[in-house]
Structure formats: C-alpha cells, structure tokens
Design a protein around this ligand. Structure first.
Ligand SMILES: Cc1cc2nc3c(=O)[nH]c(=O)nc-3n(C[C@H](O)[C@H](O)[C@H](O)COP(=O)(O)OP(=O)(O)OC[C@H]3O[C@@H](n4cnc5c(N)ncnc54)[C@H](O)[C@@H]3O)c2cc1C
Length: 438
C-alpha cells in the first residue's frame, strides 16, 4: 500500500517504521527542517539538548522495546532523579514516601492524610472509578484541604496552569500516580530516569536511519495544506494549493487536532465536535545556562503563587554538566493558554520577569551567573484532561475512510509522552495492516 504520514515527531517516525517493516511504501511529510517534533533538540555550545526537558521512565516499555530493536538499548543512561517542592520559601524533598512524613509545613495528621490519599489512589484498580470527578474534588475530600493546597494543587497547577488546573479529571492523577509508581522497582526505591546518550536527537536520528533503510521517503520543510477526499474516501494530499495531488491509499495525520481539522475539509460534524472538545495548553520554556548550579534537584514544583514559573527543571542535575562544558542548564517552565500575559511576552521580557524570583530557589543566585539564555514556546503541548475524557477522545479512524488521526489527545489515562506515541504508532500500524488484509 502507498501510505502518507504527516509529521515526523515520535508518532510519525515510529508509525513509518512499523508500516515500512511490513513493506508498505511510506512517505513522511514534515513542515520543519528537523525531525522530533515536541521532543526535538537544539544546540547549546554545539551539544544537542531538548527544546523542552525530556526523560524516560523505567516502565516506558514500548519505547524501550523500540530502542532495543533499533540497536539503542545500551545507549540509554539511567540516572537518579531528585525531586522537590518549594513551599513557603523552603525546598522539601519528594523522592520517597518517607519524605511525605518529613513535610513539616503540614501537621502530622495532614502528612498522614497526604500519605493515605496516595495509597488510596494506588489501590483504586481502574481509572474508570474516578473518571467522573475532578481531581480537586477528590483530592480535597481524601487528602484534606491543607494537604491538597501544599502538595496536590502545585502539581496540578504545574501541569495545567492557572486557567485549567481546577477542571482536571481525577483519572489524570490516577494515571500519573500509577505510571510513576510502576516505574520504580519498589515503593521505597529511588526513581531512576532514562536519557539517551547524546540526547533525544540520537534516538530520532537512529529511527530516521532505520526508516530510510526500510525504503521510507522523508520530505522535510514540506507542510501539508490539504488532505483530499472524494465520496468520503481519502484520495491523497496537496503540499500547497497549486501543487498536484499526491495519491495515497492511506493517510495518517499526527498533527494536533486544530491543525488537522483545518487541513482535512471533508471531516463530518460528529468527528469535528470531538476534535474541538479537547483544549490544549502551550508550554513556555526559559532555558538558562549558568556557571553555577541553581539547586541540587532535577525537578522542583513551585507551590508559591508569587513565583511566575511553575517548575524548575535543572537538566544538569540529571545529566552531568561535564557533557555541557561544565555549564549548568535549567528550564524555568510554564504551561499557559495563548491569552496568558506570560505567553505574549518576548523572550527577554519573560527572562526579566523571572530573574528576581530565581533567588527564591537559591538566595545566592546572581544574574551574572547567566551566561546564555534560550527560549522556546511549544503550542499544543498538553491536552486538557477533564472528567469523563474517555467519552470525547477522537478515534484513530476518522469520518473519512482510510484517513487516520494519531496525536496526543488520544493518549489516556496515561499522561502524554513519547512512550505512548510509540504505543499509538504500534496500534495504528496494526489497524492499517488489518484494513489491508481485510
Ligand atoms: C514541555 C514538554 C515536556 C515533555 N516531557 C516529556 C518527557 O519528559 N518524556 C516524554 O516521553 N515525553 C515528554 N513530552 C511529550 C512528548 O514530547 C510528546 O508526547 C511527543 O513528542 C509527541 O509526539 P507526536 O509525534 O505525537 O507529536 P509532535 O511531536 O507534535 O509531532 C508532530 C509533527 O508534525 C509537524 N507538523 C505540524 N504541522 C504540519 C503540517 N502542516 N505538515 C507537515 N508536518 C507538520 C510538526 O513540525 C511536528 O514535527 C513532553 C512534551 C512537552 C511539550
């Protein structure tokens, strides 16, 4: 079969890999001049690093299996991750259940309630039992208001920003806790996070090379403007309005739902209503390269509402700074809507807004520590997972025959991540293979 894949991120490249393995004739179209999409890299002093912080968990089985297949499994480093929460001017460790008991901003009773709420989530066998309730409702009820405010709320705000955190479904928290705990060897063991030697760029390049070896055509800098269908059946696509129709038997689109809707004019209203019922957050990332570490943590959740960023992710506390000419690299992160004033700021305005608050992480911090600054804005970075989300997920098969959608809105109840992009790619490849043999 002649198959087109739109997008060369994790989903597009992996789908191409599985389908070309079955000897289908696959062509990928990618609008950027690089591969990797949301997990792509840029360079700091000649060394590649992700535009947005990225790591893998031990239970990211599908991507680890793919790494093995493409000869990468001995090229993944596993590193201890140190996690903390900044609350009322102090950074508290959150690496193991014992740390919950040491979380002194909460009374001893509230600490127990916090621990019990985590245990309770663990014991709930399926996300379906908590699907119809918001995380705020469930957590306040089960952990108490104090523990909610001091622990759970910062976690929700850190991911969904001011605008949406109160609307998030409890099934999202269920998915997060279950996948995070399953990634540890035991409940008391330390969490290790995976990172490919040479960055995610190395992973994508290997996958790209395998695709080329399997006969896949990849067109970079080639945005697709229209998917053509006739009598509700896919015919092909156009690179621009005046270009010829490129005919395909199957098309898989891996773009965010809003872009997909624009380039696929033949979709019916029922399918469009599913696409439009999921909102996305954008991610804004201010990346500072400093001559001294900001903290000793890889990941700090910010529970202080006066600080304008929601997370501090110090990459060089996971991967040694010796890989980056002994410089320290820290992402100051936020998830926002497009109407948020922070989203609208220029890169320099954002840095100026953030700088006074870095001292709250490290009182010794001085602006002169910053040797370089990079800024990335990623739209459609995180779908907003509200209660009863399973009922609004768009299916892989669209309303147009032989046209498929595979994007992060379809990952559930796990939080979107490259592992689940690979799982989705496997599923789509199976569906297409079945439709071919039918
Ligand atoms: C801030 C942040 C942190 C993250 N952290 C992690 C992490 O630690 N671990 C992890 O595993 N995952 C993480 N993720 C999630 C992960 O990056 C995504 O789930 C994954 O990369 C999505 O891949 P995708 O191929 O589905 O989509 P995308 O990566 O968005 O790929 C879609 C591709 O389509 C291209 N495109 C767009 N329009 C067109 C067009 N008209 N024609 C052709 N091509 C087009 C885009 O350029 C892009 O390359 C993170 C994401 C963000 C935003």
């Amino acid at each position: 079969m002649k198959i087109a894949i739109i997008g060369a991120g994790a989903t597009g490249l992996a789908t191409a890999y599985y389908l070309s393995k079955k000897e289908h004739k696959v062509t990928i179209y990618e609008s950027s001049n690089y591969i990797g999409g949301h997990a792509s890299t840029f360079e700091i002093n000649g060394t590649p690093i992700e535009r947005a912080y990225h790591h893998w968990f031990r239970n990211d089985y599908e991507i680890l299996q793919l790494c093995e297949e493409i000869g990468l499994s001995d090229q993944i480093g596993w590193h201890n991750s140190k996690v903390g929460t900044l609350f009322q001017g102090k950074i508290y460790n959150f690496n193991s259940p014992i740390d919950i008991l040491k979380y002194t901003p909460l009374s001893i009773i509230d600490r127990f309630k916090l621990g019990l709420s985590t245990l309770k989530i663990q014991r709930i066998k399926s996300w379906k039992y908590v699907e119809n309730v918001t995380a705020v409702e469930w957590l306040k009820k089960n952990a108490g208001v104090h523990a909610y405010k001091a622990f759970w709320e910062p976690m929700l705000r850190g991911k969904f920003g001011e605008e949406y955190y109160k609307e998030i479904g409890m099934s999202w928290v269920w998915g997060k806790i279950h996948t995070r705990l399953a990634s540890r060897k035991g409940i008391m063991s330390k969490e290790k996070l995976g990172y490919p030697v040479g960055s995610f760029k190395f992973f994508f390049e290997k996958l790209y090379e395998k695709n080329i070896a399997q006969g896949v055509n990849v067109h970079l800098s080639t945005p697709i403007t229209e998917i053509i269908s006739q009598d509700n059946k896919v015919k092909g696509l156009r690179i621009n309005k005046s270009s010829n129709l490129e005919k395909f038997d199957r098309i898989i689109c891996t773009l965010p739902s809003d872009i997909f809707q624009k380039i696929a004019p033949g979709l019916n209203n029922t399918y469009i209503s599913k696409l439009t019922s999921v909102d996305y957050m954008s991610a804004i990332l201010a990346i500072i390269v400093t001559n001294q570490p900001i903290s000793d943590k890889y990941w700090i959740n910010i529970a202080d509402r006066e600080i304008p960023f929601l997370g501090v992710i110090e990459h060089t506390n996971l991967i040694s700074s010796s890989n980056y000419s002994n410089k320290n690299i820290t992402y100051l992160t936020n998830y926002t809507t497009k109407s948020d004033p922070l989203y609208k700021m220029s890169d320099q305005e954002l840095l100026n807004e953030y700088i006074p608050h870095i001292k709250k992480i490290n009182p010794n911090f001085n602006q002169s520590w910053i040797e370089e600054y990079h800024y990335h804005k990623i739209d459609n970075a995180q779908p907003v997972i509200r209660p009863n989300y399973s009922k609004i997920i768009p299916s892989y098969e669209t309303s147009i025959e032989n046209l498929y959608l595979a994007n992060t809105t379809q990952i559930y109840p796990e939080d979107r991540g490259t592992n689940y992009s690979i799982r989705m790619a496997m599923d789509i490849a199976k569906i297409i293979e079945k439709s071919y043999n039918f």
